[in-house]
Ligand binder design. Structure first.
Ligand SMILES: Cc1ncc(COP(=O)(O)O)c(C=O)c1O
Length: 392
């Protein structure tokens, strides 16, 4: 199966060992073809023209909304397109009308995109993380009990540690105290399926490019009853039903009232192909392959003489590993460049936009390997062969 999957990704023909999937995932040919199709056959604006191409791409955008809704188990009217996950979270701050005095809970595991929008607009409290690398649910409950918390915004899967958070429990506890929950699922959906009804989360934010889709597209899922109460996050064309006069403006229904401006049509069409591609492989297969890669890499790194993990690995873990060199204070960007120049291996070096997490262990960054279902054990062997024999 893996051999066939690799054939779907044109870039893999270049003999590259791509281990930076948490940064952005590779794109299968079907995604590239959808983008190409839009420009070569259907260029037009969506929701604005009464001619074939425009009506066709409008339908295709709504088809993508349906696909994402099927994937998350929600209604397509609960899916809002944005520019990326960062944009989704910033828009959410405006939609929820967050004020400086409002209390919000995040953790030190958050990507800068899920901490800076809250730090800059609210009174943000930081929940503890246990020594196993997951959210301390007792501390979460204490914070909720002792403060009037408006929103808990937590990443479901850390882009640095790879640990999966107890998202169902986080939602249950937060709802007990009347708080709204946003799950930053940027890293979660590329690895695991999510059923928003079962988890009972209020919002989900994600980026298409992390799950084999194009960059320039993000998503907000929001529970309908909450979206109906949200403020408009921006104003402009495409969101208007009717302007009677300047004091009587009627907006379209959700989700269109949150999508002012021309949508990223080619990216939405490309993402529809990525979602179809994901569903055609099946999350069960993706999880099985990734578990094998995870266990294989974990065994190798535990036995490595050269590198050591920086963060604890919890029971439920996606194949994302961050490490440093034992007994060596190497410039990580330099090492990353050597891996690239000598063996065409791509890894991430630095803080991975999670500086508070590194500050908490007094480290100045790490090297990160993040794997996806198209990676192989052979690539992992090659990586350790190179890293264990680095002459620096
Ligand atoms: C957990 C998490 N949240 C948010 C983001 C931000 O995504 P984007 O840069 O696509 O907006 C990332 C990107 O790495 C991430 O890993």
């Amino acid at each position: 199966m893996q051999k066939n999957i690799r054939n779907d990704f044109p870039i893999l023909k270049n003999d590259i060992i791509y281990f930076d999937n948490a940064s952005t995932a590779l794109k299968p040919l079907v995604v590239l073809q959808s983008i190409d199709d839009f420009y070569t056959k259907y260029t037009s604006n969506a929701y604005r023209g009464s001619y074939f191409n425009s009506e066709y791409v409008s339908l295709k955008i709504d088809e993508c909304r349906e696909l994402i809704a099927t994937m998350l188990n929600c209604s397509s009217s609960e899916i809002i397109f944005t520019a990326n996950c960062t944009d989704s979270i910033n828009q959410l701050v405006r939609m929820l009308n967050i004020k400086k005095r409002d209390k919000v809970i995040c953790s030190q595991l958050e990507h800068h995109s899920n901490i800076l929008p809250w730090l800059n607009n609210s009174n943000t409290l930081i929940v503890n993380v246990t020594t196993d690398g997951i959210i301390d649910l007792h501390n979460l409950e204490d914070l909720l009990k002792n403060n009037q918390i408006k929103i808990v915004s937590i990443s479901a899967l850390s882009n640095v540690t790879g640990n999966v958070q107890p998202i169902k429990e986080i939602c249950n506890i937060s709802h007990k105290y009347g708080a709204i929950v946003n799950l930053d699922c940027c890293q979660y959906v590329p690895h695991y399926p999510i059923d928003v009804k079962k988890i009972d989360c209020d919002f989900i934010t994600l980026s298409a490019h992390k799950m084999c889709g194009p960059s320039g597209l993000g998503v907000i899922y929001g529970k309908k009853e909450l979206l109906l109460k949200c403020r408009k996050n921006k104003y402009g064309g495409g969101m208007v039903d009717r302007i009677v006069d300047s004091r009587n403006i009627r907006y379209k229904e959700i989700p269109y009232c949150f999508e002012a401006g021309t949508p990223a049509i080619e990216n939405i069409l490309g993402f529809a192909s990525a979602v179809r591609y994901y569903l055609s492989i099946g999350y069960d297969n993706i999880m099985e392959i990734n578990k094998e890669l995870n266990d294989y890499f974990y065994e190798k790194i535990k036995n490595s003489k050269t590198i050591q993990l920086l963060f604890p690995i919890s029971n439920c873990h996606a194949p994302i590993f961050t490490f440093k060199f034992k007994n060596k204070n190497l410039n990580l960007n330099y090492v990353s460049r050597i891996l690239s120049d000598s063996a065409n291996i791509c890894v991430s070096a630095g803080y991975q936009c999670c500086q508070p997490l590194y500050n908490s262990i007094k480290e100045k960054g790490g090297l990160r390997v993040s794997l996806q279902f198209y990676n192989t054990k052979k690539e992992i062997d090659k990586f350790f062969e190179v890293i264990d024999n680095l002459k620096i």
